[in-house]
Design a protein around this ligand. Structure first.
Ligand code: UD1
Length: 367
């Protein structure tokens, strides 16, 4: 019996390929647990539908709250399920609070734990995800790594080699699978920039959020910017009275014009991949989008001081500029003028990561 845990938007496209691969191998002894960290239709169910995931077997309904509340609520609810089912293995993905909470339950109940996307490090302990990543890795039995930096980081932290497996990037399996559908949903509205901003460090105070809006405005002078709003970002734009910088639209605008930043509701997985694939370039502070743009060959400008995914910078199409106006300006000028790097795909980002993950996990448990 294997439990697969997902809680937040960036988890769903990472568990789906494992589920598909289990099904392909006619391995039926697994259950999906959705913690309910994300619960809005666009943040959760839309992804289950786009990824043909069916209903989760368990929904823990923990919802929003402080990090402590969220983490503790997942732990208490998941412990009950583990006590009832006595699983042989728990699989967690990514770095959200639900990932850490489930890892702690596995560790306390002495249930073997597999972490998909292990080893990534931003070296910034102010990021809640960095704490989640480090703690999860240090209680994991199977550390399934997406890029070379992950191997190096885990070695440096003293994790025994035999727990670490280089399997590639599982998210690319999902991306590959839905890409034909996503291409059909590509906006045909001419050149635009796709933007997503939601990190607490960028949106939780008025000064930081104003700085971001200033950069988006610089970019919008040349191409229209379309930004699907994460609930946290939307809430803070209203709170700080900064909505006036945006034109609000119920969906992707039909004929977006330079000079404008359009705010649209969150978009499902297929629709958003289509939006990235059709964009001139992407501005983001997300983790996964840095990787998806690298795979798609679309330039990505990351508004963070660091990245836990250095392969996207060293091999791919990503540039990390922080919120430095000059660095941002220089980067987008290069993109506009066609002098920006083209980028390649990191090793094992080949759509077959879930096969390697299942080979490792299922063989560990076959008699
Ligand atoms: C979480 C992850 C982050 C990931 C992001 C992707 C952690 C620590 N952070 O951050 O790594 O990049 O998901 O989206 O786990 N809200 C809604 N509806 C929802 C979900 C959230 O309105 O369906 C609102 C609530 O007001 C909530 C806020 O968004 O308080 C933040 O949600 P939360 O899950 O706490 O963190 P994220 O910022 O989404």
């Amino acid at each position: 019996m294997i439990l697969i845990i997902a809680g937040a938007r960036p988890n769903f496209m990472k568990i789906a390929p494992i589920v598909w691969e289990f099904e392909r191998r006619s391995f039926a002894d697994y259950k999906i647990v959705h913690t309910g960290q994300h619960y809005d239709y666009e943040m959760s169910q839309a992804f289950f539908e786009d990824l043909s995931l069916g209903e989760p077997d368990f929904f823990l309904n923990v919802g929003s709250g402080t990090h402590t509340y969220q983490t503790a609520s997942v732990m208490i609810a998941l412990e009950e399920i583990c006590t009832e089912l006595n699983p042989h293995l728990i699989i967690v993905v990514g770095d959200v609070n639900s990932t850490l909470a489930s890892s702690l339950v596995a560790s306390k109940q002495r249930i073997p734990l597999a972490h998909v996307e292990a080893g990534l490090r931003s070296f910034d302990m102010a990021m809640p995800e960095e704490v989640n990543r480090i703690l999860t890795d240090h209680v994991s039995d199977f550390l399934l790594v997406s890029e070379q930096s992950g191997i190096d980081n885990l070695k440096r932290e003293g994790i025994p080699d035999d727990r670490v497996h280089f399997v590639g990037n599982i998210m690319i399996d999902s991306l590959n699978r839905i890409l034909p559908k996503a291409h059909k949903e590509k906006p045909t509205a001419g050149e635009y920039i796709a933007a997503t901003i939601h990190r607490p460090s960028n949106v939780d105070d008025a000064a930081s959020l104003s700085k971001i809006i200033d950069l988006l405005s610089d970019a919008a002078k040349h191409h229209p910017v379309v930004m699907p709003a994460h609930p946290r970002t939307k809430k803070n734009l209203i709170l700080f009275g900064l909505e006036k910088h945006f034109l609000q639209e119920p969906r992707f605008p039909e004929s977006p014009e330079p000079g404008n930043i359009y705010l649209v509701p969150p978009i499902g997985y297929v629709g958003f991949v289509g939006m990235m694939a059709g964009a001139h370039y992407v501005i983001t502070d997300s983790g996964g989008i840095q990787e998806e743009t690298t795979f798609l060959g679309i330039p990505c400008v990351t508004l963070r001081e660091n990245t836990e995914r250095p392969a996207t910078v060293e091999i791919g199409t990503n540039t990390v500029v922080g919120t430095d106006k000059a660095a941002f300006g220089e980067t987008i000028k290069n993109i506009r003028e066609g002098t920006y790097k083209t980028g390649g795909r990191p090793p094992l980002w080949d759509g077959k990561t879930s096969e390697r993950v299942c080979d490792i996990l299922l063989s560990a448990y076959s008699p």
